[in-house]
Design a protein around this ligand. Structure first.
Ligand code: IPE
Ligand code: IPE
Ligand code: MG
Length: 239
């Protein structure tokens, strides 16, 4: 018996996991470039990573996952790259409802969807409606920018006749009104910034930054982020 050492599982499931984790899925282009591939190959691999990571999160006890898929600033990229990303989004939307129904995931799209083709908007609405009763929450941020989101919220409040607003008013008019604030925000790809993601909602979020490019992000990285989160004392301004 003593011959066989009991191997500690390399990545044991963390005891404490965030209820809501958000991902800034960055580094697809650099991942591809490092391999001599076109940037678009990084985006394709990024979709696979996204599917694996959300599955891991929900299996580990996370309730809500929010991912940054396309920002209001990403339109500045070459048209070929933008078109490719939107094609991937459209393909995902085509299969997402069935996948989410199977896995008990409620899907929401956050961001200004009005800019997308009618067919895509229909898929977004359909996916949201048909998964609305499910337990886990997946929020996909597309054509999303925090500043635009806050301006839209304030304009809605003005249209409602408000001349003074409260924090609750603003929170209730954001795309994330039903989604809530993230406990943990993970950014891959080595940059230490928010890039216009959930600025209002991140007031008391914990942050985890890693050099790992999004397509390489896996269980080991995720559990490391959760372990770091578990070891942090969140004071929310108190003691
Ligand atoms: C993130 O990866 C995906 C999107 C912004 C759509 P990038 O495409 O920004 O990859 P890098 O940061 O250039 O490597
Ligand atoms: C943030 O990544 C947006 C998404 C991951 C969708 P970017 O690559 O667009 O951010 P910057 O340009 O480095 O700030
Ligand atoms: Mg980037």
């Amino acid at each position: 018996m003593g011959f066989f050492k009991k191997h500690k599982l390399s990545h044991s499931v963390p005891d404490v996991v965030p209820g809501h984790v958000a991902f800034i899925m960055d580094g697809n282009g650099r991942w591809a470039k490092k391999r001599g591939l076109p940037r678009t190959a990084g985006h394709s691999k990024g979709v696979k990573t996204f599917e694996e990571v959300i599955e891991l999160c929900f299996n580990t006890g996370v309730d809500t996952v929010t991912v940054y898929a396309f920002s209001t600033e990403n339109w500045k990229r070459p048209k070929t790259e933008v078109d490719f990303i939107l094609k991937l989004l459209d393909e995902y939307l085509t299969i997402s409802t069935e996948k989410c129904l199977k896995k008990g995931i409620r899907m929401r799209i956050i961001g200004d969807r009005s800019i997308f083709p009618e067919k895509m908007i229909e898929k977004m609405n359909d996916s949201e409606q048909r998964t609305a009763h499910l337990r886990y929450n997946l929020n996909v941020a597309v054509n999303y920018g925090s500043r635009a989101e806050i301006c839209t919220a304030v304009n809605k409040l003005i249209a409602e006749g408000k001349t003074q607003v409260t924090e609750e008013d603003i929170s209730a008019h954001l795309y994330t009104a039903e989604v809530g604030d993230p406990d943990l925000i993970v950014r891959t790809g080595g940059e230490l910034r928010l890039s216009n993601f959930l600025m209002w909602q991140a007031a008391y979020s914990e942050f985890y930054f890693t050099e790992t490019f999004w397509p390489d992000f896996g269980k080991k990285d995720l559990y490391k982020a959760f372990e770091k989160y578990a070891s942090t004392h969140r004071r929310f301004g108190g003691l």
